[in-house]
Design a protein around this ligand. Sequence first.
Ligand code: SF4
Ligand code: SF4
Length: 343
Amino acid sequence: MLYKVIKKVDYKEFVSKLISDFEFIGPVKKDIATHDFVRINDFSKLDINYKRTTIAPAKKILFPSTEVLIQYEIGEDIKISSVYEAKEKILFGIDACDVNGLSFLDRFFSEDLIDEPYFSRRRKLTVIGIDRMPSKTNFSLSMGKEYAKDGFDLFLTDLKDRYFVRVGSEKGNGLLSKYAITSAAGDEDFKDYNKFMDTYRKSFKLKADVANLYDNFEQVYDDAQFWKKIAKDCYSCGSCCLVCPTCFCFNVKDDMELNLKKGNKIREWDSCMIPEYGLVAGSHNFRPTKENRLKQRYRCKIKTFADRFGSNSCVGCGRCIEACLAKINIAEDINSVKKEVSV
Ligand code: SF4
Ligand code: SF4
């Protein structure tokens, strides 16, 4: 990895040039409590000082909530055309746990088959991450996802009068050479970077005790009373899945014209937390209760991918905690698993 420095006085010009030459997506303040990642045409709209976890996850840029996968026409032959767009874009200002969320999706959507709609966008997406102080619901330190080792092109850390820049790809290096005035990071820069990272890691207030979670989860898995207690207030609304940067479930449906000759195949986000998710032919539901569903969601987040990828799919961003009207808190529930097994 290359390490560089951009002075604050040169940063504005660097970002302004990117905004004028690319489709640039970054955090914009929406209201007193929320930010969203949207297209920006003017540097003054960019607000990287978001304190709270932004509710809409960055995955929507690569994996939109609704998209047409293919259009088809049925005549003597069947004509099929793909319609997903793929433009060069810059995604600016996501934090380390969201970069790790994207890395998880990269792996998931290429595990067995390459998901072409996702990767057509991913190949053209430049990711510029930035270290952010954690929001009160962010427990990514506990999940080992507070630092991004890869998955980005550039990663910036604010050292007051300059940015420390980790260069993650050739593409990122090319952007710096073309658009920024930089210098190689030296001893002082590394010293200040370490200081920042120490303060950053000490700023995580919410902790999840994941030591032995892999084994303890099995111990509580069949404990119906435990899951009843954990899920008792759940409304089965599915919001936790919609805001999660690593939830990937989707449904595919046909939208045909009335003449039954033309149509679109559409995919849209789905949620394992809603009752209809488990509904199959004959009105059988393989996850009929809210405790079945929450247990399954937690298994997916804190166990399944430890087996498949060697690392949990929950990056500890805390969005599901903020989105849940029933105040169900995955970090506290992870701690409850340990407590339940330890008493
Ligand atoms: S855990 Fe919370 S956000 Fe998720 S389905 Fe239940 S009530 Fe909705
Ligand atoms: S499960 Fe919750 S805390 Fe974990 S990545 Fe998803 S939204 Fe973030």
